[in-house]
Design a protein around this ligand. Structure first.
Ligand SMILES: [Zn+2]
Length: 121
């Protein structure tokens, strides 16, 4: 599961994979499918009510709310947060907050994990 905040659009994107069963002729199995939801956060740090209605019963919703609280606490929503380097590679551009629900904390890392490390000097 990945929880990521896009400061440009004020959206939390929550992405995870699910095992989805399939049947194809005689063949049965499961495939891994990537699912995601995305929620708009307003400047005050609350989620847009439309998104709450839509996703409030989602199992990951609590983590989204905790993330929101962290974003507010760290001043990310109030504009100009301090520039943070990526915790993995130290890059300073395209770095966004991620939330680790297991540890209950926020970390800054490259927006696209695939390109993480490429910005290293
Ligand atoms: Zn990185």
């Amino acid at each position: 599961m990945q929880l990521k905040f896009y400061p440009g659009t004020n959206r939390i994107v929550c992405r995870w994979t699910e095992q989805v069963p399939f049947v194809m002729g005689e063949k049965r199995g499961t495939i891994e499918k990537v699912r995601s939801i995305n929620l708009r956060v307003n400047k005050g740090g609350s989620l847009r009510s439309k998104d709450v209605q839509r996703h409030g019963s989602h199992p990951l919703f609590q983590a989204v709310q905790d993330f929101c609280q962290e974003l507010r606490r760290c001043g990310v929503l109030q504009g100009e947060p301090e520039e943070q380097p990526c915790v993995h590679c130290g890059a300073l551009t395209d770095v966004v907050p991620f939330y680790d629900p297991g540890r209950g904390r926020m970390v800054w890392a490259c927006a696209e994990p695939d390109t993480c490390g490429h910005g290293r000097q």
